[in-house]
Ligand binder design. Structure first.
Ligand code: IMP
Ligand code: MG
Length: 179
């Protein structure tokens, strides 16, 4: 595929590396939830690409929903305040919820979303993140990420759902760019 990244970059994950990992995560989730009917909740917009591929690797009866939270704006830095911009249309009470996120950076977004969903009494709540920028985690934020695709360096990444100023989400690979 000829998707263009028209600026200096460093390839972090190739399309085939991602494909292989998504299939692995999908079968792990299929095994773990074999007797369940989970609801897979994506955090917009970055998780869309990952979620779309992941659910096709999960061999279960499942449903999907989305929430949108405020985040970076057009900056490369994480904002400190998280807000829910769009909430789910489905009730999660008594459901097995699997939250899907593209990348965990400071952890603020997920910590907020987990808190917000926990009070709605899901039967279980787990997290699946394709990328974990572990070094960037904000001190004091305790997050258990149940399924992680890759640990990635503390660089600004684009592609496979991740954007810079809303662009590059459609790249089939993940690359690091600089300011
Ligand atoms: P956190 O709240 O700092 O963990 O940031 C999480 C959100 O910021 C993710 O859902 C991404 O949308 C975005 N984000 C974090 N790191 C990057 C990056 O390197 N490139 C693009 N978006 C990122
Ligand atoms: Mg995101």
């Amino acid at each position: 595929m000829m998707a263009v990244l028209d600026r200096p970059h460093e390839l972090i994950l190739s399309e085939s590396q991602i494909e292989e990992k998504v299939r692995e995560l999908g079968s792990e989730i299929t095994n773990d939830y074999f007797d369940k009917t989970p609801i897979i909740v994506g955090i917009l917009k970055g998780s869309v690409t990952f979620l779309a591929d992941l659910i096709r690797s999960i061999d279960l009866r499942l449903s999907i929903d989305f929430i949108a939270v405020s985040s970076y704006g057009s900056e490369m830095k994480s904002s400190e305040v998280v807000k829910i911009l769009h909430d789910m249309g489905t009730s999660i009470q008594g459901r097995d919820v699997l939250l899907v996120e593209d990348i965990v950076d400071t952890g603020l977004t997920l910590a907020y979303v987990v808190e917000n969903l926990s009070i709605k009494h899901p039967k279980s709540l787990k997290i699946c993140a394709l990328l974990d920028k572990k070094e960037a985690r904000k001190p004091g934020i305790e997050l258990k990420i149940d399924y992680v695709g890759f640990e990635v360096p503390n660089k600004f990444l684009v592609g496979y759902g991740l954007d810079y100023d809303e662009y590059y989400r459609n790249l089939p690979f993940v690359a690091a760019i600089s300011e």
